[in-house]
Write a protein that binds this ligand. Structure first.
Ligand code: F0G
Length: 431
């Protein structure tokens, strides 16, 4: 079934989804994937029943990986034109929704949940978009896929490209600005990895130029096919909650693809009647890289960009978010809010979550610290149902964690070097 097409956000031109465009060839604006989901003729209840049935099915040896995926469970709403035998799935999704009770107590939010996207196969939410992007590339018979990355998209691209015979991944990363764990993923999965002497925004410019001139398929979130997979984060969280819609989704913002994706998915489910309530969305940035927040402060009358500075939240060290226009649209539609947090606030939120056994990364902690700030300001109310999207696993970012614990700041828990004798160890433990 050919139910989808690209639609330009600017001039509204439509193009077949089989084109490899990541921007409008006529006016240069971003593209959306637009699918006729009403064509299935199912009611909201029928969709919920179908997804419930898939979710509760017991897997056997014959079960295709896509049936076990928290992305492809919703496949008609992801890429309805994709043949099932082209799906490249590990499978991804099915991440836990943690009831953050201990954190909720400290923050004064009585119903706080954390959707831990760090539990995906490459330890970040990027797998949800990448399974869509690589499956579509596989369907189109594409050989060479490329992205610029702050470390997580590159890991996901490398891992999914590795699943397809004769597909080669190429990744451009800013030299010395991604973590060793992230870099090791791209290398291990066999991507051709180039470390450029620039920042993420510089890598993005180069990769966009490369993809325009050479037969390389761009798999940054600028590729709107990837956005279709990422929509499932919001859907799965609602499914996890037994179809309850939270009052708030709180999301960290870097290149702004994820907020755009979650918002698009929620709009689609509203129009299909899968959900009836409109949640609010809060996008949170770090002070070191806050162009979207700065733009929000102008009422989005200006699109502000900046040079992003050093931060422990290195995955969102981005000064010119590519998906800004889409994220702006979602913030407006969902009566959203954009907030920023300081380095200290994000480090302390990371330490707090991890101390309660929730292994979330500094970028995720930006969202958590944002939820705290919005609660303190009275924007989030005590009784609100809040879902914080944790985007990656703490173990991808061990250096900032260790640096924080060696810093002596509030919440730090440094390791001590002790001579290997019972006496010295007992003394160190105060026994
Ligand atoms: N959290 C993590 C862990 C990320 O890796 C990213 C983005 C974000 C949040 C922000 O999501 O860009 O959609 O607003 N990482 C990209 C990358 C840029 O290359 O891995 P966004």
């Amino acid at each position: 079934m050919n139910l989808s097409r690209f639609r330009c956000l600017g001039c509204q031109a439509a193009y077949p989804l089989t084109e490899t465009f990541t921007e409008c060839p006529s006016c240069g604006a971003l593209l959306d994937v637009e699918s006729d989901l009403q064509a299935f003729g199912r009611s909201g209840q029928e969709w919920r029943d179908l997804f419930d049935k898939r979710r509760s099915a017991l897997p056997s040896e014959e079960t295709p990986a896509c049936d076990m995926s928290g992305v492809w469970r919703y496949r008609e709403h992801v890429l309805p034109s994709l043949p099932e035998d082209k799906i490249v799935s590990k499978p991804e999704g099915n991440t836990r929704l943690y009831p953050g009770r201990s954190i909720a107590g400290e923050y004064g939010i009585s119903r706080l949940f954390i959707k831990h996207e760090g539990e995906n196969p490459t330890l970040s939410f990027k797998d949800r978009g990448m399974t869509a992007g690589i499956s579509w590339a596989h369907h189109l018979g594409i050989r060479n896929v490329v992205c610029a990355s702050t470390g997580d998209t590159s890991a996901a691209l490398a891992a999914y490209a590795a699943e397809v015979a004769e597909m080669q991944g190429v990744v451009l990363v800013p030299d010395a600005k991604i973590t060793s764990e992230q870099l090791s993923q791209a290398l291990h999965y066999g991507a051709r990895t180039l470390a450029l002497d620039t920042d993420f925004d510089g890598c993005m410019k180069v990769v966009a130029g490369l993809a325009r001139q050479f037969p390389l398929y761009l798999l940054n979130s600028k590729n709107s096919v990837r956005i279709e997979g990422q929509k499932t984060i919001g859907w799965e969280a609602i499914h996890d909650l037994g179809w309850r819609v939270p009052d708030w989704f709180v999301i960290p913002v870097g290149n702004a693809g994820n907020l755009s994706a979650i918002g698009k998915g929620l709009r689609e489910w509203l129009s299909l009647g899968v959900i009836e309530k409109k949640p609010r969305i809060a996008g949170i940035q770090t002070e070191a890289a806050d162009p979207f927040y700065q733009s929000y402060l102008t009422g989005f009358t200006k699109r502000i960009t900046r040079t992003a500075a050093q931060t422990a939240a290195s995955a969102i060290r981005i000064g010119a978010p590519v998906s800004h226009p889409k994220a702006e649209r979602e913030v407006k539609f969902f009566d959203g809010i954009v907030e920023k947090v300081t380095e200290m606030e994000l480090l302390q939120a990371a330490a707090l979550a991890n101390r309660h056994g929730l292994a979330i990364c500094p970028n995720s902690a930006v969202a958590l610290a944002g939820a705290k700030k919005l609660r303190e300001a009275g924007v989030i109310r005590r009784e609100d149902l809040v879902v914080v999207v944790a985007t990656a696993h703490a173990l991808k970012f061990s250096s900032p964690a260790i640096a924080f614990h060696e810093s002596g700041q509030e919440g730090a828990n440094p390791a001590r070097k002790v001579t290997a004798t019972v006496e010295e160890v007992a003394k160190a433990l105060g026994l």
